[in-house]
Write a protein of this length. Structure first.
Length: 103
């Protein structure tokens, strides 16, 4: 079942619409403020074309060399390396993830 996501241009929040049938038409609206001024956006889990090359680079095994999965400090070091590749936003997310997992 396809999930369509729309971003409200009034409050910038995202509303998701689950379609039961692919032929079904949706009349999108903002579920947060009721505005019909919404823009279809791509699902957040999809990878933008421009990021594919960066992801490829992340799959380079050399980045994970020296990673000890049993050692939280080693994981954090590798995550920081990954964060540098993907940008600060991603790096911070990973840092939080590692902290949660190790506590
Ligand atoms: Zn809204």
């Amino acid at each position: 079942m396809p999930i369509y996501e729309y971003q409200c241009s009034a409050c910038e929040k995202v509303s998701s619409f689950l379609l039961l049938k692919t032929s079904e038409e949706v009349e999108p609206y903002c579920k947060h403020c009721g505005s019909k001024c919404v823009t279809r956006i791509l699902s957040r889990i999809s990878v933008p074309k421009s990021d594919e090359k960066r992801i490829d680079r992340l799959l380079d095994p050399s980045i994970f060399s020296g990673l000890d999965e049993e050692d939280p400090a080693s994981i954090e070091k590798t995550m920081k390396k990954l964060g540098k590749e993907l940008g600060d936003e991603f790096g911070e997310g990973c840092g939080d993830y590692v902290k949660e997992e190790s506590s």
